[in-house]
Design a protein around this ligand. Structure first.
Ligand code: FAD
Length: 486
């Protein structure tokens, strides 16, 4: 099946909107009666909504899953082009992420992971490109440079940030954490400007921008410390947790299992291509109206809509002021993630930074296509932001910013222009978390708000989406059982 989402380009076919994905659901709806009053309506079929819908339907609740797109997965989905998976959004998972690993084990997918890097052949080099030219390092030198730069960045307490974020899965922000949440990474870099070598500075800045998809000024220093803590307070941990292990069959091969299990319960009704426009809620339950005017009713609702698009839905009564303010501020991540299939086999083993002049900042060899070509993935963000489909020559030139390469194919999703995401993974500007994390997590009458964007642990990751979907389903089940909520 082909999704309306995503783009591909080849010389022969030109630019095409829409790419094939096993996450597209056919038929798009199995709604039988418009009069059914569901126990719970889940809005959003990303990992959070899928987990919530599955857990609630397996618990015997009558569930309706409403999704704006033609596919499951939200910000994590893959396209299979000529038998090869390109990850359009969320990609890497790790066994240290407890929620993700629980689900991987549930679906018996422990042996379906592969490692993105292959340093066994080819140029095997780290290319550090700046306006001054390109320097070349071994991968061991790369690791040492990255570790020393990031250690200097995070070492606010003499022990690599461990006292600031001692419990990375806790929802309690210590006074120290709040202090650093009001500071940007640019502020922190100003403090240590005399301690960093020029190369360390390039490495630290580009790695932070890879994580936040924002600018140094709009990146909360606390949230970077939080990622660092989650990753075991080391650069090696960051690689393991953030960019190393991915599904051989692509993310959609994982997500489809959640959907199929929910469907097999016999309690799941669903409707795709159904953007929700209006939500009325109160003592009597919830009434949801889609943009096409279809109305659905339920006793409870799980709202799994991302922060940056929450204000596009009309709530009656309106959203609580704190949540409304958080959604108005939004998160800052405008990541530009682009894949290139290139004929240069030796580049399979390159990793590189091209900064601060280039549109794509961080790139590396991510796989080998069935044609024996190299698959390169590269990331940009708000810094030198661009829309890849608008100027393909600019997009291709951004890849040449790492090394000369012969591009045969481009594949990408424009997350900035995506009306159901308006950005990539959650990354907060200074102050958002310390002011509004509690507000984002609070429930409102019969609605539980759940999303990776306000998870406690791996916030902004697939793991965080599953954490939140699990929490939401537990809360709704507790409502029906008359138990205390979490
Ligand atoms: P979403 O996936 O955004 O799901 C929300 C759903 O709500 C969407 O399907 C959306 O269409 C739907 N929706 C929105 N508005 C409406 C409406 N009005 N009506 C009906 N439905 C609506 N995470 C990792 O763990 N590892 C990675 O390597 C990684 N890399 C990433 C790279 C990119 C480019 C991106 C974009 C994300 C990445 N992430 C990664 C983050 C991860 O993808 C997300 O945190 C996670 O998928 C979010 O899940 P969610 O269910 O909370 O939200």
């Amino acid at each position: 099946m082909t999704s309306k989402d995503g783009y591909s380009w080849t010389k022969a076919q030109g630019l095409r909107a829409g790419v094939p994905s096993i996450g597209v659901i056919e038929p798009p709806s199995n709604v039988k009666s418009a009069d059914t009053v569901y126990d719970v309506i889940v809005v959003g079929a990303g990992y959070c909504g899928l987990t919530a819908a599955r857990d609630a339907s397996l618990a015997g609740l009558k569930v309706l899953l409403l999704e704006a797109r033609d596919r499951i997965g939200g910000r994590s989905w893959s396209s299979n082009i000529e038998g090869y998976p390109y990850e359009m959004g969320g990609t890497w998972v790790f066994w240290g992420q407890a929620n993700v690993w629980r689900e991987i084990a549930r679906y018996g997918m422990q042996d379906e992971l592969e490692i993105s890097y292959d340093f066994s052949r080819g140029i095997n080099k780290y290319l550090l490109s700046s306006p001054q030219g390109t320097q070349t390092f071994t991968h061991e030198e790369e690791d040492a440079l990255m570790q020393s730069s990031l250690a200097k960045l995070v070492n606010v307490d003499g022990c690599l940030g461990k006292t600031v974020v001692p419990f990375p899965h806790s929802g309690v922000m210590t006074p120290e954490a709040r202090k650093y949440d009001h500071m940007s990474v640019a502020d922190r870099l100003a403090e240590i400007k005399n301690d960093l070598t020029p190369n360390e500075r390039l490495c630290a800045e580009s790695f932070v921008l890879l994580c936040s998809g924002g600018t140094l000024e709009t990146t909360s220093f606390y949230e970077f410390l939080h990622w660092w803590a989650l990753s075991g307070y080391s650069y090696e941990g960051c690689i393991d947790y953030l960019v190393k292990y991915k599904f051989r069959g692509g993310q959609s091969s994982f997500a489809i299992n959640f959907f199929k299990e929910a469907l097999a319960s016999g309690n799941l009704t669903y409707a795709f291509n159904s953007p929700v426009a209006n939500i009325q809620h109160g003592g009597n339950g919830v009434q949801i109206t889609t943009r096409s005017g279809q109305t659905y009713k339920s006793t409870k609702m799980i709202c799994a809509i991302p922060l940056n698009v929450l204000n596009d839905v009309a709530f009656d009564p309106p959203l609580a002021p704190g949540r409304k303010a958080a959604a108005t501020t939004g998160h800052v991540n405008q990541c530009v993630k682009v894949h290139a299939e290139i004929s240069d086999r030796d580049l399979r083993s390159f990793t590189g930074i091209s900064y601060p002049h280039n549109g794509l900042i961080y790139g590396f060899g991510d796989g080998e296509t069935p044609a024996g070509n190299t698959h390169v993935v590269a990331f940009g963000g708000q810094h030198n932001h661009f829309h890849p489909e608008e100027n393909l020559e600019h997009t291709k030139a951004a890849f040449q910013g790492f090394a000369p390469m012969n591009i045969e194919r481009l594949v990408f999703h424009n997350w900035s222009k995506d009306e159901f995401a308006k950005g990539a993974w959650f990354f907060p500007a200074p102050g958002l978390l310390s002011t509004h994390l509690k507000d984002m997590r609070a429930r409102e009458s019969n609605i539980v708000f759940a999303c990776s964007d306000w998870a406690l642990g791996w916030r902004s990751f697939i793991d965080g989406a599953i954490e939140e979907g699990t929490r939401a389903a537990i809360n709704v089940r507790a409502d029906f059982a008359g138990r205390a909520k979490l």
